[in-house]
Design a protein around this ligand. Structure first.
Ligand code: BTN
Length: 239
């Protein structure tokens, strides 16, 4: 494992992509920052990234060009975060596909990006967790958000979370490479915040309503529409 810490950077994902060709393709490189000046979220959103005790990290690794589970990388990262935090008694859950929620509010998220090299795929898995953001800054986030310190008052340090998350991520990455997502999907489903609930889901510009039946072995969400029809979604936003 290689660790690189940056004090201030636009985005650890951007930095990882820019420097990916310098990293050892056989290892995991972990880039962290104290603050991000242009942190990025999914769907071109901004990730509010003030200086302080928050986790901003990008884990860089590589997979074979033919790797069939690229779409599950964010899901195993979510699994890693949830398991690491649950071991610290934090009751965190996953909002499909890879948002991290505490009491229904967003506490973390994952942005994975792929880079195409001649012989392999570079993978940048960006993880952001609100560890200790002041409440006024939380209010500026465009959706209900929370930080660990708000619900679990104690002295939180971002680096206390980093190592357990990396360890779990490395473990699940190896499993994904060896066995695929199939053996992990039930575990992932256990942590879903909306399992068996009625949800609204926007998918490719369409708004769908139905019952969330968790993910299949390939990670797609099984949504039962009011007509009884089953839709399998590979991406979307649950509201
Ligand atoms: C989301 O839920 O929209 C994903 C948020 C991902 C944020 C992290 S913070 C570290 C890394 N660098 C970024 O610019 N984004 C990711």
């Amino acid at each position: 494992m290689i660790y690189i810490h940056l004090d201030s950077i636009d985005s650890t994902n951007n930095w990882a992509k820019l420097h990916a060709h310098e990293f050892d393709p056989g290892d995991i490189t972990c880039i962290t920052a104290t603050e991000q000046t242009a942190g990025r979220g999914r769907f071109k959103r901004t990730w509010v990234s003030p200086r302080g005790e928050n986790l901003y990290t990008s884990l860089y690794t590589t997979v074979a060009k033919s790797f069939p589970y690229s779409s599950n990388l964010s899901q195993i990262a979510a699994l890693a975060c949830v398991e690491a935090l649950r071991e610290m008694q934090v009751e965190i859950g996953i909002k499909w596909p890879n948002d991290l929620l505490l009491e229904g509010k967003k506490v973390g998220g994952i942005l994975s990006e792929l880079l195409h090299f001649e012989d392999y795929l570079g993978v940048v898995v960006g993880i952001g967790i609100n560890v200790d953001i002041d409440p006024a800054t939380l209010q500026t986030i465009d959706q209900p958000a929370v930080s660990l310190s708000q619900l679990y008052p104690k002295i939180w340090k971002a680096e206390q979370i980093l190592n357990p998350v990396i360890e779990k991520f490395a473990f699940y990455l190896e499993k994904l490479k060896q066995e695929g997502f199939g053996p992990l999907h039930q575990l992932y489903n256990q942590y879903l915040t909306h399992l068996h609930q009625q949800i609204h889901c926007s998918h490719e510009g369409i708004s769908l309503e139905g019952i969330c039946h968790g993910v299949l072995e390939d990670g797609r969400l099984k949504l039962e529409l009011p007509s009884g029809e089953i839709m399998l979604l590979h991406s979307g936003i649950i509201s």
